[in-house]
Design a protein around this ligand. Structure first.
Ligand SMILES: C[S@@+](CC[C@H](N)C(=O)[O-])C[C@H]1O[C@@H](n2cnc3c(N)ncnc32)[C@H](O)[C@@H]1O
Length: 286
């Protein structure tokens, strides 16, 4: 739909009157810049003692008629009547979502299904409210570790703590994991992860909001992409779950030492790090 904006510069004392005229003529929305409404640095500010009113109209004629009426009532008002270039916000954000290729894996949004590479293991993630579309450095760091581990551990059991969209668990499953469990303390994430599993035709990943105490057994690969302080807190619960390898992310480089120490204190051995930008992945072995 086309929109029109009528910008009016008037003495601030007349602002209220002009606002009511604009509404009378059918303005659907109004922005006011005056001494009471601080103007951000990137837009034009009102002159001394003046206000700027920007009214949005569906009908250009209504805007033009409002201009005539305001001119009659407050001679000297200055106007600009412009077409508003409308942006489709419902789809524009999609252009911000990038697909990633990491080793044998490709992770991207569902609308790229047709163009996704045929020679990769593809996971489609609808970016809604859960974390884990693949393009965040912490997720990428974990996906790389999953690809590396699964290359030599066919049938490995995998636990993904803080599963978000489920992307890491799905990657492991698609690369040949056996038992595969994803947990998240956020119920919405678990629901979205379940939807995402369906979308990808993935069966057999146990997704729930269970606590670590409620999960039986140990896992060849344990993944935890959560924030540093949570990892430190959860170290006594995560460490006993590790049969072979633990991959930690969500950690900023300066936090690495503290996080590593918390897991070494639980009897694990430091096995290496990888850094992307300010983020670090820490690996430990049982
Ligand atoms: C950074 S996201 C990681 C999502 C996904 N695993 C990835 O790598 O992209 C962290 C997730 O951990 C979850 N989380 C935070 N604290 C948690 C806890 N104590 N137990 C389980 N999950 C937790 C959050 O709800 C969030 O979904």
């Amino acid at each position: 739909m086309a929109w029109y904006s009528l910008t009016v510069d008037v003495p601030e004392a007349e602002s209220e009157l002009v606002q009511s005229v604009l509404y009378d003529y059918g303005a659907a929305g109004l922005e006011v810049r005056d001494s009471a409404n601080k103007t951000v640095a990137t837009v034009r500010a009102p002159g001394a003692g003046e206000a700027i009113l920007i009214a949005y109209f569906e009908d250009k004629e209504d805007a033009a008629n409002a201009q005539v009426e305001i001119t009659e009532r407050i001679p000297g008002s200055r106007f600009a009547l412009e077409d508003v270039v409308e942006r489709d916000w419902s789809t524009e954000w999609r252009s911000q979502i990038k697909s990633v290729t990491i080793g044998r894996l490709w992770v991207g949004p569902p609308w790229e299904k047709a163009t996704a590479p045929k020679d990769k293991v593809c996971i489609f993630v609808e970016p809604k409210m859960a974390f884990g579309t693949g393009d965040h450095p912490t997720t990428s760091l974990c996906l790389k570790a999953v690809d590396t581990f699964m290359a030599t551990h066919e049938g490995a059991s995998v636990l993904d703590v803080g599963t978000g969209t489920g992307v890491l668990a799905f990657a492991a499953k698609k690369l040949g994991a056996g038992r595969c469990v994803g947990v998240d303390n956020d119920a919405t994430s678990v629901e979205l992860a379940k939807e995402c599993a369906q979308e990808n035709g993935i069966d057999g990943v146990e997704l729930s909001a269970r606590t670590l105490q409620d999960i039986e057994g140990q896992f060849d690969l344990v993944l935890a992409n959560i924030l540093a302080n949570t990892l430190v807190e959860l170290a006594p619960l995560i460490a006993p779950k590790v049969k072979q390898r633990l991959v930690l992310a969500g950690v900023l480089v300066p936090q690495a030492e503290e996080v590593t120490a918390a897991f070494v204190a639980q009897g694990l051995e430091h096995a290496g790090n990888e850094i992307i930008g300010e983020w670090i992945r820490i690996e430990l072995t049982a």
